[in-house]
Design a protein around this ligand. Structure first.
Ligand code: SF4
Ligand code: SF4
Length: 441
């Protein structure tokens, strides 16, 4: 993003009363015209999860925008209190969906976080550890190996029962999220299309997805091939930088975006993601790297898997199940994709889809928010599980690894017999149900 210099007419105070003081400096300054587009109507407030929990104006979208604008106008510094209100924001972008004025809250938040990060890049030890490991698939894999042993040996159960982590809430939050760590699945670098290929797509493996939900990547490639796409899976691909974007670590995100763009063949029709957070970040690359044609091209070709499958014929056979669908924030609000996953599930014979009340309210996962802000995250999770229980569904479907982990954690904590699945896992089961009955997959 270009350094921000508000034109005189848009400067606070009008053309005749320019303010030269602002708390924001350098590149990635929140766009002042976008800030001014907030008309303070408050329509977004009831949709904001943190406002619903805390009832504090400064923990609402309108309040946060007020703070950001005050800083832009030099009336407020980058204070600890200001930073705290931003820290508590989930970045869920429900406010964007609600806003009649089209305020791009997500990019304003990310730019403001970038200002804080540049000014004082020191972060907690946990946060530094997370950013050193999560976006690095090899390191994440190396750490998850021993954690698989920790879970399977029964040591995790022992630690939980002992209450030893009670004095370390963030560590306890990490432990509570961790279920079994599955064995890896090695995917071919190329999966041929069934029948005449309609084109070639690349598959983003994701960081958490490839290690904790490898079957989701396997099923995605398989379904895309069934839908007529040749699937290319570069094995050395890295992280998309979504976590860094949401934390305002924009230099790191930009470096990852460039590497990712270079890692996929240029002639692909689309780059497919199955993780809402990754897709949302990749589709926003053009905003943050407008002068990099390769990255802008990648952004323009990024699709969520449900967008491609919705238009395809799939050999779906009866799958008796009652399921409910939770809208991942970065799919519903970030990518405006709500209809396609529901339509796909609705095409499975025998599957009864029960609408989830407050489906678009964040489950508290929000990237690494549940690790850094476990109290707020748990309160939102409690509410989400309450709504899920009310549906009577035994299967919860959602299209983001963070939501899968978070809802599974909530179900475990309550001893609920729930299965938490990605839409492609449900679709793959419906295809396999046909194979089991002798139909050709
Ligand atoms: S992004 Fe979500 S948590 Fe943050 S202000 Fe908007 S609605 Fe509230
Ligand atoms: S962000 Fe949008 S909905 Fe919220 S107060 Fe401003 S104009 Fe109204």
């Amino acid at each position: 993003m270009a350094p921000h210099t508000p034109p005189p007419s848009s400067r606070p105070g009008g053309a005749g009363a320019l303010l030269d003081t602002t708390a924001f400096v350098g590149p990635d300054v929140p766009d002042f015209d976008a800030l001014r587009s907030c008309v303070h109507c408050g329509i977004c407030l009831p949709q904001c999860p943190t406002y619903r929990v805390l009832g504090e104006e400064m923990d609402s979208p309108r309040g946060r925008l007020y703070l950001i604008r005050a800083a832009a106008e030099g009336r407020l510094g980058l204070t600890e209190t200001f930073g705290r209100h931003l820290d508590l924001c989930l970045g869920c972008r429900a406010c964007e969906t609600a806003c009649p004025s089209g305020v791009p809250f997500g990019s304003l938040l990310e730019a403001t976080r970038a200002q804080f990060h540049r000014r004082a890049p020191t972060a907690s030890l946990l946060s530094r550890l997370i950013f050193a490991v999560f976006p690095e698939p090899a390191r994440l894999g190396a750490i998850l190996g021993p954690l698989r042993l920790y879970h399977r040996s029964g040591l995790q159960g022992l630690v939980r029962r002992s209450g030893a982590l009670r004095r370390f809430p963030r560590l306890a939050a990490m432990d509570a999220l961790l279920g079994d760590v599955p064995a890896g699945i090695r995917l071919a670098e190329r999966v041929a299309a069934h029948g005449a290929a309609r084109g070639r797509v690349g598959l983003l493996l994701g960081c958490v997805q490839r290690h904790l939900y490898p079957q989701v990547n396997r099923d995605t490639a398989r379904l895309l091939a069934l839908a007529g796409w040749e699937v290319v899976i570069p094995p050395e691909q890295g992280c998309c930088g979504a976590l860094e974007l949401h934390a305002g670590r924009l230099d790191e995100m930009r470096a990852r975006a460039r590497r990712l763009a270079a890692g996929f063949p240029r002639d692909l029709d689309f780059i497919v993601t199955n993780a809402a957070g990754c897709g949302s970040a990749m589709k926003a690359y053009g905003h943050w790297l407008p002068d990099d044609p390769e990255v802008v091209r990648l952004a323009g070709r990024t699709r969520d898997v449900s967008e491609l499958l919705a238009a395809a014929e799939l050999p779906l056979q009866p799958l008796p199940m009652t399921a409910t669908y939770h809208d991942a924030c970065h799919l519903a609000h970030g990518q405006r994709i709500r209809r396609e996953p529901r339509a796909l599930l609705g095409r499975i014979p025998g599957l009864r889809l029960v609408e989830l009340p407050e489906s678009e309210l964040c489950c508290g996962s929000a990237g690494i928010y549940n690790l850094l802000e476990p109290d707020m995250a748990d309160r939102l999770l409690e509410r989400k599980i309450d709504r899920i229980v009310e549906t009577g569904a035994r299967v919860v479907v959602t299209a983001n690894p963070g939501c899968l982990l978070q809802i599974a954690k909530g179900a475990r904590a309550r001893g609920l017999d729930l299965e938490i699945l990605h839409p492609v896992e449900v679709l793959a089961r419906a295809v396999d149900a046909g194979a089991a009955r002798g139909a050709k997959p």
